[in-house]
Design a protein around this ligand. Structure first.
Ligand SMILES: [Zn+2]
Length: 253
């Protein structure tokens, strides 16, 4: 994480909300001029990757609907929003912060899942510091894994869409949705240049072992998430710096 972002997240709790919004608007306006060619749609991101097996059941596309519940106000809106989505025929994923500013009850999680919606783990404290250092991420990972297991869920999204593709293998997830195709306005603005899900082998993972795991992963492309979903592998690992994300997907039949 850059020094500027580290300083920002340390100071953030002390800054008035209105000031933070004004500063972000100023940055966004300045940035908008620089990125009109790649936002909100970056040409090329819509191209299926080589070897793309297609969406399940021959579907033409997938729409993913997710909600990151950031605070108590958002928490109160979950149930009415679920009703609205059900009336419109949608199902979505609610990403909840395990140790944030509200309590995540079993009753709430059951309410969400019993209606066909999904619950995901959203960060741990949502203070912007999860990826501040390797050491900190290692310390937080067991807590996150604890909540994944206790809640019986498989998906994760980091606060502020922070991400580090190598570290995420510490989490016991079936997918991570902390990356995006293009969004220069995010605090960590590097996009992954695709709207498709992709596979990230663990550092040093054997291609052979990826294949068997990818086979089972791609059969489960149905559950809702947002942005390009990234499957992860906890296999032992060669260097994946040139990401063979798609090479390990099974060829179309
Ligand atoms: Zn968030």
């Amino acid at each position: 994480m850059s020094l500027r972002r580290k300083i920002y997240y340390h100071l953030k709790p002390l800054l008035p909300f209105a000031l933070r919004v004004s500063v972000r608007r100023w940055f966004a306006k300045r940035k908008l001029r620089q990125c009109q060619d790649i936002w909100p749609i970056k040409p090329g991101t819509e191209k299926p990757p080589p070897g793309w097996p297609g969406w399940p059941d021959g579907k033409q596309f997938a729409v993913v609907l997710t909600h990151d519940v950031e605070g108590p106000v958002g928490l109160q809106r979950i149930k009415p929003l679920i009703e609205l989505e059900m009336r419109l025929g949608f199902r979505s994923c609610y990403n909840l912060i395990p140790e944030g500013s509200y309590e995540v009850t079993q009753e709430l999680r059951d309410h969400i899942t019993s209606r066909g919606f999904e619950v995901g783990v959203h960060d741990l404290y949502h203070d912007g510091k999860l990826f501040s250092s390797r050491k900190n991420f290692r310390q937080c990972a067991p807590r996150i894994n604890h909540y994944l297991k206790e809640w019986g869920v498989v998906g994760f999204r980091a606060g502020f869409m922070h991400h580090n593709l190598d570290w995420i293998h510490d989490l016991h997830v079936q997918y991570d949705c902390s990356t995006f195709d293009t969004d220069p306005f995010e605090p960590q603005p590097e996009g992954v240049d695709t709207i498709f899900p992709f596979w990230v082998p663990a550092p040093g993972a054997e291609v052979r072992s990826q294949k068997s795991e990818v086979g089972s992963q791609t059969s489960g492309l149905g559950p809702p998430t947002s942005g390009p979903r990234r499957a992860t592998s906890n296999s032992p690992t060669p260097s994946p710096r040139t990401p063979p994300y798609f090479r390990s997907l099974p060829s179309p039949a």
